[in-house]
Design a protein around this ligand. Structure first.
Ligand SMILES: Cc1cc2nc3c(=O)[nH]c(=O)nc-3n(C[C@H](O)[C@H](O)[C@H](O)COP(=O)(O)OP(=O)(O)OC[C@H]3O[C@@H](n4cnc5c(N)ncnc54)[C@H](O)[C@@H]3O)c2cc1C
Length: 417
């Protein structure tokens, strides 16, 4: 396909992870001429390219829940997920272009007008009334010069990166599963807790020093587990040199974890690595400053708000230790169902752009909760809906009324179910 050097749309959604899928589906369903751009060959974001699973987090959104169900539920077949997502996006009327990394942005009078795509057939530009940045790292907002923060207060360290991998050949009649640090402390394996066994292996040098928990999730296939254990610290997900180091170190760690499981976990003796991810999992990079910012207190108290566009989001404050193994606080602090206000999706210093997914406006702690896939998808659906209203009314995203977004989300949700 040859592209004209400049393409013009109502809404251009950048990034095809859970947030971008939600945004493109909604903007297109609401009648906008919509383009979804994804840098890789598959939709799904971390779920598909990073083998991240299951779909975690809850929201009070019939619409988001309906989309999750249509994509295969909470524990979907991720080999199929990208195709189901592509059908949903194109079925809603959006144009999809894969293999399209966005490499630049042009801003005029404080408004993002054009982005540049490093296409295989040569660079081309796209114009839109509203862009949605769902790239995870916020590449578009960054290129447009929007203000952002990265890492935790004080030392700026981010959560570690992980190679998530799958193993098969697990004997279901004897094998345990363990989904969290809490479970590891109670899960009994040959008379001891799994946490004790892993900690001992770490101390003996059988495991990397950064691996203090080995989580083994059930997948949709019997005899298979998704393994979340490797941990590469002190790396910046927006540095190519750090990403390269992390990819290699994370993959080496995966084989050490496999060897440990085979020798220390009953039922795992014959396990083999059946799938390695295309890319390492990056939990945390840029968080852009919005008109509003979600903070830890909002999550702990379960703050509800009249300007919410994602209602009753809930997941624990899951901070993988930026500075060592295990959880940063020794455990994942509980959150009460909290609202995400519309202002977290609107960059405070830039027009023509909405944020969706893990790059929205929040602190390091708050991000550790809202970054999970169900919540990311819900922020995308809200951004796609707000973009459609902005196009319809000929206004900037910051002028869109949050209750109008909710009303339209509810109406679309009823139609989807
Ligand atoms: C190791 C790890 C384990 C996790 N475990 C879980 C879990 O068990 N359950 C859960 O729900 N969540 C989990 N998460 C969190 C979750 O996967 C992500 O936070 C979530 O996918 C964020 O969704 P998103 O759409 O914002 O970003 P992403 O899923 O990262 O999607 C962003 C998309 O944008 C594309 N993109 C990026 N840059 C560009 C560019 N310049 N041009 C074009 N396209 C671009 C990417 O290729 C990608 O497809 C985990 C994350 C990691 C890293």
């Amino acid at each position: 396909m040859n592209h004209s050097t400049n393409q013009v749309y109502d809404v251009v959604v950048c990034g095809g992870g859970p947030a971008g899928i939600g945004a493109a589906m909604l903007a297109a369903r609401l009648g906008c001429r919509t383009l979804l751009l994804e840098r890789y060959g598959r939709l799904g974001g971390m779920a598909v390219s990073g083998l991240v699973q299951p779909v975690l987090g809850t929201v009070d959104s019939p619409l988001a829940n309906a989309i999750i169900a249509r994509l295969g539920g909470r524990r979907p077949d991720f080999e199929r997920f990208d195709l189901l997502a592509a059908d949903e996006v194109t079925g809603a009327g959006a144009t999809l272009l894969l293999h399209c990394p966005i490499s630049g942005a042009q801003v005029e009078d404080g408004c993002l007008r054009t982005i540049t795509v490093a296409g295989k057939s040569g660079p081309f530009t796209c114009q839109a009334k509203v862009f949605v940045d769902a790239t995870g790292d916020g590449d578009v907002a960054f290129a447009a010069g929007a203000e952002y923060e990265q890492g935790r207060p004080g030392d700026g360290l981010t959560q570690p990166m992980s190679i998530m991998f799958r193993i098969s050949g697990v004997d279901e009649s004897r094998a345990f599963r363990c989904g969290s640090e809490e479970e590891a402390r109670t899960c009994q394996v040959a008379g001891r807790t799994w946490h004790e066994i892993v900690t001992e292996g770490q101390a003996q040098g059988l495991l990397p020093a950064s691996v203090g928990i080995i989580r083994t999730y059930l997948t949709h296939r019997p005899g298979e587990r998704g393994v979340n254990a490797t941990q590469v610290n002190y790396v910046n997900g927006t540095s190519e040199a750090d990403l390269t180091r992390a990819e290699l170190e994370g993959r080496r760690q995966a084989f050490q974890v496999l060897d440990f499981l085979r020798t220390h976990a009953p039922g795992y003796e014959d396990a083999i690595i059946s799938a390695m991810p295309a890319v390492i999992g990056v939990r945390e990079t840029r968080r852009f400053r919005g008109i509003e910012q979600l903070v830890r207190e909002d999550l702990i108290t379960g703050r509800r708000r009249p300007d919410a566009v994602v209602k009753a989001a809930c997941f624990c404050i899951d901070i993988h230790n930026p500075d060592g193994s295990g959880q940063a606080e020794g455990f994942a602090a509980r959150a009460k169902p909290y609202d995400i206000p519309y202002g977290c999706l609107v960059p405070r210093d830039l027009d023509g752009l909405l944020l969706a997914g893990r790059c929205i406006s929040g602190t390091h702690d708050a991000h550790a909760s809202y970054r999970v896939m169900a919540i990311a998808l819900a922020t995308g659906a809200a951004a796609g809906t707000a973009a459609a209203i902005a196009c319809r009314d000929g206004v900037q995203p910051r002028q869109v009324d949050p209750p109008a977004v909710c009303q339209l989300l509810d109406a679309t949700g009823s139609a989807l179910r």
